[in-house]
Design a protein around this ligand. Structure first.
Ligand SMILES: NC(=O)c1ccc[n+]([C@@H]2O[C@H](COP(=O)([O-])OP(=O)(O)OC[C@H]3O[C@@H](n4cnc5c(N)ncnc54)[C@H](OP(=O)(O)O)[C@@H]3O)[C@@H](O)[C@H]2O)c1
Length: 266
């Protein structure tokens, strides 16, 4: 049994980490700015929820007290949250060290250090904070989530267009498969390296057009597939396939399987 603190344990992946860690018999503390009320879908019975903010430090000591490992599933997409993303990681690690935590596991994005896109740069900055920490750290880079691509299709279909970025393939992965990799990194025996980096990718590599066809068929949504070029550093990153890890096909939940499960539950 490991005592795990999940930072961002109310988010898409964090919730799944909490669910799997509890069913694996671990003790789980969760920190986020808005702890979920009991009975809400974000709340897992058996976990202890703490109100904490990694940008101010509020509540971190309480949430981390007694933990063996912290798993960082935090997000900071824009504005101040984006600018403070790496600093938030540094504060979390400093508090973890003070609390006697032995290891920190960071969820990051595949090859984020190979793009000049600001969002990816913030991920790479945080990875560097982890790689310099006194604490033992494991950084787990994931390929894009199924929900990211599905979200792009859904947003476009509201105006009748299902966007497909020309020349782009994805190796999307489910939150459950990412969570399993994070828990494995949290509980495995120390490998000897103080800081390690690994990548987890989804089970299949598919062109975005094929994913759009699958999305339309499973959801029954209307819309015309619209292929467009994506300029800039993100477009280049995708065209060059830097979002893919062909040798790292983890987990079994395909885009179609994940989508079918969600559609059935709607
Ligand atoms: N989407 C993808 O394709 C993809 C692929 C690979 C990796 N990732 C990365 O994986 C990570 C997790 O993604 P996700 O989609 O699961 O994130 P998410 O659903 O947005 O969840 C983020 C979590 O962080 C918490 N949080 C945000 N700011 C906080 C703060 N200042 N202090 C404390 N808690 C805070 C949120 O709760 P509150 O808002 O209540 O605080 C929430 O629990 C992200 O870094 C993401 O970029 C994403």
């Amino acid at each position: 049994m490991t005592r795990i603190c999940v930072a961002g344990g109310t988010g898409e992946v964090g919730r799944e980490v909490v669910r799997q860690a509890l069913s694996g018999g671990h003790t789980v503390a969760v920190l986020s700015r808005n702890p979920p009320p009991e009975g809400s879908p974000e709340h897992h019975d058996g976990a202890t929820y703490f109100r904490a903010d990694v940008t101010t430090g509020e509540g971190l000591a309480e949430a981390l007290a007694g933990a063996d490992v912290v798993i960082d599933c935090l997000e900071g997409q824009s504005g101040k949250a984006l600018r403070r993303f790496a600093a938030g990681g540094a504060l979390l690690l400093a508090e973890a060290i003070a609390a006697g935590v032995g290891r920190a596991v960071l969820l990051s994005i595949i090859n984020c250090d190979q793009s000049t896109y600001g969002f990816y740069r913030s991920k790479a900055d945080k990875e560097r904070v982890y790689a310099r920490s006194q604490l033992e750290t494991v950084t787990v880079r994931a390929t894009q989530f199924h929900s990211l691509v599905a979200g792009l299709f859904a947003a476009g279909s509201r105006v009748g267009l299902i966007p497909v970025i020309r020349g782009t393939r994805f190796q999307t992965i489910s939150p459950a498969d990412v969570a399993a990799a994070l828990i494995e990194a949290a509980v495995e025996s120390p490998a000897g390296d103080r800081h390690s980096l690994r990548t987890v990718g989804g089970p299949e590599i598919e062109g975005m057009r094929a994913l759009a066809r699958t999305w339309k068929r499973v959801t029954g949504a209307r819309g015309v597939v619209a292929v467009f070029p994506l300029p800039g550093s993100m477009g280049r990153f995708l065209r060059e396939g830097r979002n893919l890890a062909p040798g790292e096909r983890h987990g079994g939940e395909t885009f179609e399987g994940w989508l079918e499960k969600r559609t059935e539950n709607l």
